[in-house]
Design a protein around this ligand. Structure first.
Ligand code: VGL
Ligand code: ZN
Length: 209
């Protein structure tokens, strides 16, 4: 069991319409995290959300590379970039948070993926680690020591956010039953959990809290 203290923070990653069934980049069972996260939020004094928030000409969209399909690779910002379907476009309902997700106590929303030249899985930095959303400094200003990460998707934005939190010196936890994986390959979610554990991130379930 982990007792939640008042300076702990719950980070709710990308629980947006495009990442749940019916959305453009649907994560299987993605909607099932919503009631789990709503219950978790009640345990925390501090909750912060991230939002994938792309311009329509974003370089990670296959549609912006003639002849390319989702799942294929290009080079973007000097990195190998997997191409995605158009998703979480600014001003569309796909970018909105799931309507059942409680937002009442959120201290802030940190948006990412706004620079079309680079993708941004982490809530802290873009994938090239050039742009900074300000989330790290904000957490430090709140004297946060422990960060609990949940949301979508486990093998991309949750993993990258948790890895960066750890690297920034936060004691980092991922709440496994409050996430789901894209699983482009069937083992991606399991691999992500292993990678995070190897970095010292602790994997919990919501029942541990
Ligand atoms: C995400 C792929 C592309 C995520 C965002 O939120 O996990 N995955 N953009
Ligand atoms: Zn995205």
């Amino acid at each position: 069991m982990v007792k939640i203290e008042k300076n702990d923070v719950l980070l709710v990653v990308d629980v947006q319409n495009d990442f749940v069934p019916g959305g453009a980049l649907a994560v299987k069972e993605g909607d099932l995290v919503v009631p789990v996260i709503n219950a978790l939020q009640e345990e925390f004094k501090q909750v912060i959300a991230t939002q994938d928030f792309h311009p329509s000409d974003h370089g990670s969209f296959a549609a912006n590379h003639p002849g390319k399909n989702p799942g294929e690779f290009i080079e973007l910002a000097g990195l190998t970039q997997i191409l995605w379907p158009v998703h979480c476009v600014q001003g569309t309902s796909g970018a909105d948070f799931h309507s059942d997700l409680n937002q009442g106590q959120w201290l802030g929303i940190f948006q990412k993926g706004k620079n079309k030249e680079v993708d941004s899985y982490s809530g802290f930095f873009d994938n090239a680690r050039r742009g900074d959303t300000g989330l790290g400094d904000y957490l430090k200003s709140l004297s946060v020591e422990r960060v609990f990460v949940c949301g979508l998707a486990l093998d991309y934005c949750v993993k990258f956010t948790a890895m960066d939190a750890m690297e920034l010196g936060f004691d980092t936890f991922v709440i496994a039953d409050a996430t789901r994986a894209v699983n482009l390959s069937p083992e991606d979610g399991a691999k992500a959990l292993k990678e995070m554990e190897q970095k010292g991130i602790k994997i919990l379930t919501s029942k541990d809290i």
